[in-house]
Write a protein that binds this ligand. Structure first.
Ligand SMILES: NC(=O)c1ccc[n+]([C@@H]2O[C@H](COP(=O)([O-])OP(=O)(O)OC[C@H]3O[C@@H](n4cnc5c(N)ncnc54)[C@H](OP(=O)(O)O)[C@@H]3O)[C@@H](O)[C@H]2O)c1
Length: 337
């Protein structure tokens, strides 16, 4: 099947990578509409060697699209999701607007692709820190059930969009020239040469919205609504690639070799773990790759049945564009468009 496709947010950080991933994977496209706001209307983007003019998002522009990929804002998702659904298309949404709604599957195809069976016209992809985490947890729980998860993240600025990439770049360049570093606009503090223990805004319980998303989305994808979970999400001055240090408690004793094997066998996940030779995933050595990576796998001696690992994935690829395209591929394969 060759679907008619529209991309809302085609000019953004995810939209840009989306077009490249669709080319690389030879994703079938009968017709492509590239949409954004009036600010970008008229810009030309290249797909498969052809220039396509960006249009302002509108009902007319979305008409007769079979699949609409939305990587824009929650407001845009809320506005256009029902329009796409009513016209019989499917929206695959990168944002957080629908992720926790009961009739919206939240999907990482290698983990819970079966949830696509009950979609009602909108499918969400998880937050970019949740995706690699649930892939690793899904593998580990084939060895022993999960009883508790805690994580600390190290998140690249591209996770906040193209504006944040420009902000870090401008601050680093000014620092390199010995000039005053420009004041922050995207983040509450300077991000260059700094580390911010805040991703998104704070809720009343002291956690940030990003930390709540990680907890709620992990529970939904793994179908473990009561899984004890706590995270601290941190923004670091890297451009691409989110890293996480994850501590997991299991229900019973386990063999670390079996965990290693389970991670090695998990589709989409790659074990990169040879500490004696300083081999482990980093944002730089995994950027541009569609897989998620795990390293530093070890027993946690501070608790019973504990395991610790480090995971990294390209937030714009597996954390966003690649996962969205894999969902579309899976929908086509299952005849669920
Ligand atoms: N960055 C990541 O790692 C990542 C990972 C997973 C999910 N996501 C989600 O993906 C979405 C996009 O993120 P991003 O990083 O690509 O952001 P971005 O670089 O800021 O790009 C935003 C895009 O959305 C468009 N847009 C903004 N408001 C719109 C509206 N009202 N109607 C239509 N288009 C609109 C913008 O168009 P203009 O160019 O016209 O302004 C631009 O193309 C967000 O929901 C984000 O949470 C991002």
């Amino acid at each position: 099947m060759e679907p008619k496709v529209a991309v809302i947010g085609a000019t953004g950080a995810v939209g840009d990578v989306f077009l490249r991933v669709a080319e690389e994977r030879n994703f079938p496209v009968a017709r492509l509409k590239l949409l954004a706001t009036a600010r970008s209307a008229g810009r030309r983007l290249t797909f498969r060697g052809e220039e396509i003019e960006v249009e302002e998002t509108s009902e007319a522009a979305l008409a007769d699209s079979d699949i609409v990929f939305c990587s824009a804002t929650s407001e845009a998702s809320r506005k256009w999701g029902p329009v796409v659904r009513e016209r019989g298309g499917i929206m695959i949404d990168d944002g957080s607007a629908y992720r926790m709604e009961a009739n919206v599957p939240l999907v990482v195809p290698e983990v819970n692709g079966d949830d696509l069976e009950w979609h009602e016209g909108i499918v969400s992809i998880p937050n970019c820190t949740t995706t690699p985490l649930v892939m690793a947890l899904a593998a580990i729980r084939t060895v022993a059930p999960l009883t508790r998860v805690t994580a600390a993240t190290y998140q690249a600025v591209s996770g906040s969009g193209a504006g944040a990439v420009r902000e870090l770049d401008a601050q680093l360049r000014a620092y390199g020239r010995g000039e005053p570093v420009p004041a922050p606009e995207v983040y509450p503090h300077q991000i260059a040469l700094n580390v911010l223990p805040q991703v998104d805004t704070f809720d009343e319980d002291g956690f940030t919205k990003e930390e709540a998303k990680m907890r709620n989305e992990t529970r939904k994808i793994l179908h473990q609504p009561d899984l004890p979970f706590a995270a601290t999400c941190v923004r670091v001055p890297t451009f691409v690639g989110h890293a996480e240090a994850v501590h997991v408690e299991l229900a019973h004793d386990f063999d670390l070799g079996a965990v290693r094997e389970a991670i090695g066998q998990q589709a989409g996940l790659e074990l990169m773990d040879d500490p004696a030779n300083s081999v482990y995933p980093t944002p730089l050595n995994t950027a541009g790759d569609d897989r998620a990576f795990v390293g530093r796998l070890r027993v946690d001696p501070s608790i019973e049945h504990g395991v610790i690992f480090w995971c990294v994935s390209d937030n714009l690829r597996k954390g966003a564009a690649t996962n969205a395209i894999q969902i579309a591929e899976e929908l086509i394969r299952r005849g669920k468009l």
